[in-house]
Design a protein around this ligand. Structure first.
Ligand code: PGA
Length: 247
């Protein structure tokens, strides 16, 4: 699975153009899921462009109520209505700037799943946490609380994105990423059983480029990537997709 997180970039017109380029560039590429996550205002237009293609649409966030007086929020059914199949939840920028907690992440995941929206749950430690040696503790909390009460991983994807690697050009080494992925998979195995944990897709995110994706994806427990900066240009995003698919 390769998901492009466009963050707060691109107008509707620019999003449509990029979506078209991604479809063209990935024609004939098979064997995985390609996803793009535009801004809310561009979701429906991008979904229109991607209809019938193998590229799916994700929202960058979702609220945990169905409807009501929640000015500025968007409910899961509304995202489905706009053509989304997936939604990111708990991205570190949401946690950092908008005070999202593992508790609200949990509520969002539950609500998304109940509306048929597949969550891509983001977890990751800060640089300070890594230096203090509490990476596993932090990731463990985020995964356990985030997924608390969720009885199946069938539609859940987890993205490990070390905060210090996001947008910094300083990506985790394949070995560092693999180590955390194994930790997450074991943790999930303890709760959901080995088979479920083996089939859940674990993405790595943080300064992924067409240069470093090959080494990352070569690691046994890295099943894909969540890509920010490099997904905003069709050449680099398609380069990543082709590297992974071997096309
Ligand atoms: P980046 O962002 O690839 O620009 O580091 C990744 C992300 O935030 O999902």
């Amino acid at each position: 699975m390769l998901a492009g997180n466009w963050k707060m970039h691109l107008t509707i017109g620019e999003s449509i153009a990029l979506a078209r380029a991604v479809v063209e560039g990935t024609t004939g590429v098979t064997g995985g899921d390609v996803i793009v996550a535009p801004v809310f205002t561009a979701l429906a237009s991008v979904a229109g462009v991607l209809e019938g293609s193998q590229v799916a649409v994700a929202a960058q966030n979702v609220f945990y109520e169905d409807k009501g007086a929640y000015t500025g929020e968007v409910a899961p059914a509304m995202l489905r209505d706009a053509g989304c199949t997936y939604t990111l939840i708990g991205h570190s920028e949401r946690r950092k700037y908008f005070h999202e907690t593992d508790g609200t992440v949990n509520a969002r995941i539950k609500k998304a799943l109940s509306a048929g929206l597949k969550p891509i749950v983001c977890v990751g430690e800060t640089e300070e946490e890594r230096e203090k040696g509490v990476t596993e503790f932090v990731i463990g909390q985020q995964v356990k609380v985030g997924l608390y009460g969720i009885d199946s991983l069938e539609h859940v994807t987890v993205a490990y994105e070390p905060v210090w690697a996001i947008g910094t050009g300083k990506n985790a080494t394949p070995a560092q990423a693999q180590e955390v992925h194994v930790f997450i998979r074991r943790l999930l195995g303890g709760v959901y059983g080995g088979a479920a944990a083996d089939s859940v897709r674990l993405l790595y995110g943080g300064s992924v480029t067409s240069e470093n994706i090959g080494r990352l994806i070569g690691m046994e427990d890295i099943d894909g990537a969540l890509i920010g900066g490099a997904s905003l240009k069709s050449e680099s995003f398609i380069g990543i997709i082709k590297t992974v698919s071997g096309g």
